[in-house]
Write a protein that binds this ligand. Structure first.
Ligand SMILES: Nc1ncnc2c1ncn2[C@@H]1O[C@H](COP(=O)(O)OP(=O)(O)OP(=O)(O)O)[C@@H](O)[C@H]1O
Length: 463
């Protein structure tokens, strides 16, 4: 310590200060008690773009494009001013500055300000914000522009999601499988003021009850075997300020229903094994293809939760109820698969188009999308038009009546071959009748040759 003191004392103190002033990377400006610049260092010249000769004698506002003069504030208050953001000119850079009074023998002689260049940090912050936005967008698959259809039914739904986006109310999306529940949930989020925050999708049917509960609400350390050290945030916390999409809501247990009701009512969650509540600000969009009011009547779904969820119900039409959209959807899926598979399909034949328009689409838009994708796979590279022979087998929405064949007692037991024959015969009969006894269509739907259909019909005595 002594040694250092001795060295400093031996040096020209004035000269050392000057060297520090000239060498520092932070810009320094000094004004006198009248607010006129009297001293700036080279870092200041570099940052502002003003030469020393130009600034000396100029008042303290000379270099400020946006923001107030720290020097003037210091001179009027005689107190230091902490980090303040300013835009300086002519360089246009954003700086963070601090200033302090210069007091000699208890007299205010001026003010000294130190300016830190924030441009680099601003660039990094912009990049970070952009990356975060991209990441958030990745959390949801679809955008409102992805909704295809001009039918009255779909336009009605589009209007409703626009309205839903404007309010924070809970939305219940109802519709058969493949009608676009996730697409519409994403779109509501993307149109809402929460769009820059998370969209979290939870498939309630995919998780066991206890797992679903800990996923939704999180857990505290040690709350169960296998719990992570330090506990875990739940999806409601992850979705704070954003949207949570509870798909297949009819599948949640009574126990989880009670907890969900609490979140909707109190806007707070309690982690599994926790003893305190956490406030969350989450918009809930629930979806189901089940008849929730029927489940309520059967005592399988809480009535109070149903009413909480059903504040803004939106029913998505089945594709067979808006067949006029089928050509538009086909067109958009052709464009999509051309892109994905690197193909150049230009359209679909009238025959194929009418087969698709006449189909009942039990799997809705998802099924149509799959059919177009599979048709394109069935095409040779030189083929440009989807012809009927490219179309895959179209299934009807009827499950095999398997239950009829389950052995009810000893006397009902029979050989497997008899059961299979009975199932085959019933199914062929069923399809044949539903297709107005058109053998060509029946063979096509069943994926067998016409010859084979005739043979089987004769075998089972189907007329
Ligand atoms: N109106 C539409 N316009 C364009 N594509 C649609 C439309 N509706 C559905 N789709 C497409 O159909 C597929 C199924 O949609 P989505 O997953 O949203 O259906 P879902 O109702 O959530 O199905 P599930 O109940 O089986 O989960 C997606 O690929 C989606 O892009």
């Amino acid at each position: 310590m002594n040694k250092v003191n001795i060295e400093i004392n031996n040096m020209d103190y004035q000269g050392m200060l000057e060297a520090v002033f000239l060498a520092t990377q932070d810009a320094i400006s000094v004004v006198n008690e009248n607010g006129e610049h009297i001293l700036v260092n080279p870092a200041y010249e570099k940052l502002t773009g003003i030469d020393n000769d130009d600034i000396i004698g100029k008042n303290s506002l000379y270099d400020i494009e946006e923001g107030e003069s720290l020097h003037m504030k210091v001179l009027s208050t005689k107190k230091p001013v902490g980090n303040t953001k300013l835009k300086i000119k002519p360089s246009g850079k954003t700086v963070v500055a601090q200033a302090a009074p210069i007091i000699v023998n208890e007299t205010l002689k001026g003010s000294v300000a130190v300016l830190h260049d924030m441009s680099g940090i601003k660039d990094l912050t912009d990049k970070l914000n952009k990356a975060e936005k991209k990441l958030r967008e990745l959390t949801y698959k679809y955008k409102p522009e992805d909704i295809i259809g001009e039918s009255v039914a779909i336009n009605e739904v589009k209007k409703m999601i626009e309205k839903a986006a404007e309010v924070p109310a809970t939305v219940l999306l109802r519709g058969e499988s493949g009608t676009g529940k996730e697409l519409f949930a994403n779109s509501i989020h993307a149109l809402s003021s929460r769009r820059n925050n998370s969209f979290v999708r939870v498939n309630c049917a995919a998780l066991t009850d206890s797992l679903l509960e800990s996923e939704l609400f999180g857990y505290e350390e040690g709350s169960f075997t296998g719990a992570l050290k330090g506990g875990k945030k739940g999806l409601f916390e992850e979705a704070d300020k954003g949207t949570i999409f509870l798909d297949e809501i009819s599948e949640i247990s009574m126990n989880t229903q009670a907890k969900l009701l609490r979140v909707l009512q109190e806007k707070e969650i309690m982690r599994v094994g926790g003893n305190y509540t956490i406030n969350v600000d989450v918009r809930v969009i629930a979806a189901t293809n089940a008849d929730l009011s029927k489940l309520v009547r059967e005592g399988k779904f809480r009535e109070d939760l149903f009413y909480r969820l059903n504040i803004l119900p939106i029913v998505l039409p089945a594709l067979r109820e808006r067949k006029e959209d089928i050509p538009l959807l086909i067109k958009s899926f052709i464009v999509k698969f051309n892109d994905e598979y690197g193909r150049n399909i230009v359209g679909i034949s009238d025959e194929s188009s009418s087969i698709l328009i006449n189909h009942q689409w039990p799997g809705n838009v998802r099924e149509l999308e799959n059919v177009i994708g599979r048709s394109i796979i069935n095409m040779n590279l030189n083929e440009r038009i989807i012809e009927s022979e490219h179309l895959p087998q179209l299934y009807l929405n009827k499950k095999l009546p398997i239950k009829n064949y389950v052995a009810a007692g000893n006397e009902a037991m029979t050989k497997l071959s008899n059961v299979l024959d009975k199932a085959e015969s019933d199914y062929i009969k069923d399809i044949y009748v539903r297709l107005n006894k058109n053998k060509t269509d029946t063979a096509k739907v069943l994926g067998i040759s016409l010859r084979s259909l005739y043979y089987k019909m004769e075998k089972y005595g189907i007329k």
